[in-house]
Design a protein around this ligand. Sequence first.
Ligand SMILES: [Zn+2]
Length: 198
Amino acid sequence: MPAAFEKLQQVLRKLPGVGFRSSERIALHLLLGKPEQLQALVGALGEAARAIRRCTRCGNLSEDDLCEVCSSPKRDHRSVCVVENVPDLVSIERSGSWRSSYHVLHGKLSPLHGIGPDDLFIGRLIERVAAGEVDELVFALSNDVEAEATCHYIQEHIPAGCAVRITRIGFGIPSGGGVTYADSVTLKNALDGRRSFS
Ligand SMILES: [Zn+2]
């Protein structure tokens, strides 16, 4: 196969859930299909890469400084659900069980993988709390040691005297898939059953 084909296949293989065989199938589908379909994909990728960035307040994806959640007047911006990644936010939004705002950390602390606080969107969250913008933080992270350490790190770095209530979602979220793959009923129960974090 031409070198460009191999290169395309290599890039596709970096996508989640795409192995060698499916990267080959997708590459062939794109290159043998209608040229306008391929151009539409190239255009959409270019436009998304140019237009989409992180919300400066919560880290969600956005085309503007503030995302749709942060700029919505219908939301309670003083209750903040803290999630690891954007797919977690999407999953909670889809469940309809949270109508306040979010903070996306873009990962969790993992000394083993060299991920420290500066690699995450933690500083901005602490700023939000320190500025008195938040009444409640709800940790909706996965159920593992790294997530636990991340929650403790955040709690320890909130300046003394901040009147913020810190809770965590109730258990029931399967470890492994975490929040992203939990079904709506589980997410609703986990959020409704949140309890004090200490
Ligand atoms: Zn936002």
